[in-house]
Write a protein of this length. Structure first.
Length: 551
């Protein structure tokens, strides 16, 4: 049964797979033999919008007829929207060949440099003027790569419209990926975090793999290297899989809770690239493609498996990771079903694998950012705890020195600075009589009173045991002594509650005054400590300072 001709006046927006007839070679077939076979009805009718023959399939002949009912020639574009076919020959056979209407042939394929193509198109596109009457189109396709053949027959305007939509969408995709890549590289440079380096490598490998897969790589990056084009897809697929798994191991901290799985995954990341190198050394492109696609399938399952394991181990980042991996697998499944005809074929369904991986990458970026924020929060909390006395909530010695350092860097004389050291009287008696819990209660309540008495610019810290220290910036000695006396009296009048016991507590205070320009912090602390000793020696519950500094 011969094919019904395609009318050039009709518009075909979808692949014309169902209008095609095909014949798969079992042994090399000449053009004349193929044409005779088609005319004799030896070709099979296609029932799928997109023909697909798998990896390493034998060469395939496609055939269809075109009818031009007009009185002048009509230009139409034939496009096979796949970017990885090795050899492609297309023959145009008018119904009656004469000197003016003879068979014409166009050649293309990845084994030729890109500059030799009929059109500057990442796909295999051919423009032809169809003369009035009927023309048979016979196409031979040969490639070890997955032979997926979405064939379009359209006007130049329709082809350009389809090309413009794809250009805009890929422009958005590549722009987003490059921005994300630069951002994460900057984060790695700034923070030296291996997670950001591995994620950047994962992004870069996906970008390169997509450029190769879509044909943009051959069109833009390596147009004069058809030898590399033969191996670009499997090589970059391997790179994508390896960097993805290494990122997953690091991001999910698999080594910590599943060391066996960690070692197995590392082994797989070494094994498959070695298998590809073996195929490359043998020059067996089909074997290399099988290894690459097997690894891609294994990669998808392993990413989900690692996510599930991490989730069971209590890793909070695993939820987003698992969602990301699932979106990637879903996209790949949709593309596969569209190619095999189980669901309608369209640009959206055909590119679902790209969309799925893009969603995967964006979600992983969000997960990485979320993990970074959580780590930063923990870091801030840890830093806060490292500078805070856990019992009273006041600054500790380390924080006190860090916070007061700036006053000595400026070294401005101005009014001067006062340092006060406070010691709770008879604190050992409180501990011995009422217990250490009561002592802790007294310290906590005392710290609260101290905080309430501070001015905004004052700095307080627990100095050790029952001793506390205050730094009063821009404070004269007279003003500092007034603050000390008020503090001493308010504490003596306060009723402390410890283990349901009402306690009366007093403090001794040592005060020193100086200037950053003439006295170091250590010197002022030493003077205040000496004055504290004098206050205790004179009977406690009082303040002591050097009277001669009031002048």
């Amino acid at each position: 049964m011969l094919a019904a001709p395609l009318d050039t006046s009709n518009s075909f927006k979808q692949p014309i797979g169902k209008e095609l007839f095909f014949f798969q070679e079992q042994e090399p077939l000449s053009f004349n033999s193929a044409l005779f076979g088609f005319q004799q009805g030896n070709f099979k009718a296609s029932h799928s919008r997109v023909l697909s023959f798998g990896i390493g399939s034998n060469p395939v002949w496609l055939a269809f007829k075109v009818e031009n009912l007009q009185t002048s020639s009509v230009k139409r574009r034939i496009q096979i929207a796949t970017s990885w076919l090795d050899n492609l020959d297309i023959h145009y056979i008018p119904a009656r060949s004469t000197a003016y209407r003879k068979v014409s042939t166009q050649y293309s394929g990845d084994r030729r440099t890109f500059t030799l193509r009929n059109l500057n198109d990442r796909y295999f596109s051919f423009d032809h003027d169809f003369t009035p009457g009927e023309t048979t189109v016979l196409i031979r396709v040969e490639s070890p790569d997955p032979m997926v053949l979405p064939l379009y027959f359209s006007s130049l305007d329709a082809a350009q419209e389809r090309s413009h939509f794809q250009s805009y969408s890929y422009g958005f995709l590549y722009g987003a990926l490059i921005c994300l890549l630069i951002y994460n590289l900057m984060l790695f440079i700034g923070m030296r975090s291996i997670s950001y380096l591995l994620y950047s490598m994962f992004l870069l490998s996906f970008l390169l793999m997509n450029l190769s897969y879509t044909g943009h790589g051959f069109q833009w990056l390596w147009p004069n290297h058809p030898q590399w084009q033969q191996w670009a897809n499997p090589t970059l697929m391997m790179l994508f899989n390896v960097t993805g798994l290494l990122f997953a191991l690091r991001f999910l901290r698999v080594k910590a809770f599943l060391p066996g799985t960690y070692k197995l995954t590392k082994f797989i990341c070494i094994l498959f690239p070695l298998l590809l190198l073996t195929a490359l050394s043998m020059g067996d492109q089909v074997l290399g493609l099988i290894f690459a696609f097997d690894f891609m399938l294994l990669f998808s399952f392993m990413m989900i498996l690692l996510g599930v394991m991490a989730l069971k181990a209590g890793n909070p980042s695993a939820k987003i990771f698992l969602l990301a991996s699932t979106s990637s697998m879903t996209g790949a499944a949709i593309t596969g079903m569209a190619v095999w005809g189980f669901i309608p074929f369209s640009d959206l369904t055909y590119r679902a694998a790209e969309i799925g991986i893009l969603i995967d990458i964006v979600l992983l970026a969000l997960a990485l950012a979320s993990k970074f924020r959580a780590t930063e929060r923990l870091k801030i909390i840890a830093e806060h705890l490292a500078k805070t006395d856990p019992l009273t909530g006041l600054n500790n010695r380390r924080a006190f020195y860090e916070m007061t350092l700036s006053f000595w860097k400026k070294k401005r004389a101005e009014i001067g600075i006062s340092v006060i050291i406070i010691d709770i009287d008879y604190f050992k008696v409180i501990n011995d009589t009422y217990g250490h819990t009561a002592g802790d209660d007294v310290l906590t309540q005392f710290a609260k009173l101290l905080n309430e008495s501070l001015r905004q610019q004052d700095i307080a810290a627990r100095w050790g045991g029952e001793e506390f220290i205050l730094l009063l910036p821009k404070t004269r000695l007279k003003e500092a002594s007034t603050i000390s006396e008020r503090l001493c009296n308010s504490i003596a009048q306060h009723e402390f509650i410890a283990n349901r016991n009402k306690l009366q507590v007093t403090v001794s205070i040592g005060l020193a005054h100086g200037s950053p320009a003439s006295s170091s912090l250590e010197h002022l602390i030493s003077l205040a400590d000496q004055q504290l000793y004098q206050a205790k020696k004179r009977g406690k519950n009082q303040i002591s300072y050097e009277l001669e500094q009031t002048a």
